[in-house]
Design a protein around this ligand. Structure first.
Ligand code: SF4
Length: 258
């Protein structure tokens, strides 16, 4: 059951985490991926009083959050997508049928899909053509969700295909959004923050390996060390004690120039 906001006039944004699973990013509990943290940071960078709630697909599965409660939000941002489906110990990523089942009944908020599901579709099993849920959403973000959300909150207009060229904007969002972890059901003891250091692959110039989606993100773009440290410091201040520096194709290639 969600607590009612003390300030009903505040912008209400739900980040519904359907859990991502990519070769370069873990987001199924006990991990929390950077996606919801960056989204929360983007929202709070535009409106520091915004009522941003972190909800998981398990909250819907278990009835902890109802469709009626989702309908009080102004915006529902769904983070989902399993580029490389695996086996999981505690729970499992949202299936497109689940997304459809829950989200098609949510009719008041603006509904946004981002994460790998927005960019690549749902890979529901290895080698199976991704199924789509596009018609359930107002916006399907092929670019970066936090960039889209920031622009949308500013002007109610945004290009869902906009992809950040570097980490300049993420610098602020990663720090601001750290506080969202306190809403994770596993907080504080059984949660691991996935940390991003870079994305992209040098082999993208030749198409890369046939089984891998990383070349679709282009050549490597690296985060600054001080930005990574600032994010980890923020998360630590918010009570996170477990980190995985795993959100990149290869940690040994971090900042490699050849
Ligand atoms: S070298 Fe590049 S394309 Fe090949 S597996 Fe690694 S990240 Fe993917």
């Amino acid at each position: 059951m969600l607590n009612k906001s003390h300030y009903d006039e505040r912008m209400r944004i739900a980040i519904l985490d359907g859990y991502v699973d990519e070769p370069t990013c873990l987001g199924v509990p006990p991990y929390i991926s950077p996606y919801p943290r960056y989204l929360a940071g983007a929202a709070w960078s535009i409106d520091r009083d915004a009522d941003v709630r972190y909800i998981t697909i398990d909250d819907l599965r278990r009835g902890n959050v109802t469709i009626q409660e989702l309908n009080v939000f102004d915006i529902v941002v769904v983070v989902a997508g399993m580029a490389v489906p695996g086996r999981y110990l505690s729970t499992y990523p949202a299936h497109p049928k689940e997304i459809r089942k829950y989200l098609e009944k949510v009719n008041r908020p603006v509904k946004i899909l981002c994460g790998p599901a927005g960019r690549f579709g749902f890979g529901v099993a290895g080698g199976v053509k991704p199924r789509e849920v596009r018609d359930v959403f107002d916006f399907v973000v092929k670019g970066d969700g936090e960039i889209f959300l920031k622009e949308f909150l500013k002007s109610r207009e945004a290009d869902p295909d906009t992809t950040r060229g570097d980490y300049t904007e993420v610098r602020e969002y990663a720090v601001r959004g750290g506080g969202i972890v306190k809403q994770h059901p596993n907080y504080p003891d059984y949660i691991i923050a996935e940390i991003e250091t870079y994305r992209g692959c040098p082999r993208s110039i030749t198409g890369g390996c046939s089984f891998c989606i990383e070349p679709l993100k282009g050549l490597p773009v690296f985060r600054e060390v001080k930005d990574i440290v600032a994010e980890i410091s923020s998360l630590y201040r918010h009570g996170i004690r477990h980190f995985r520096i795993g959100n990149q194709p290869c940690i040994f290639s971090y900042r490699a120039i050849d």
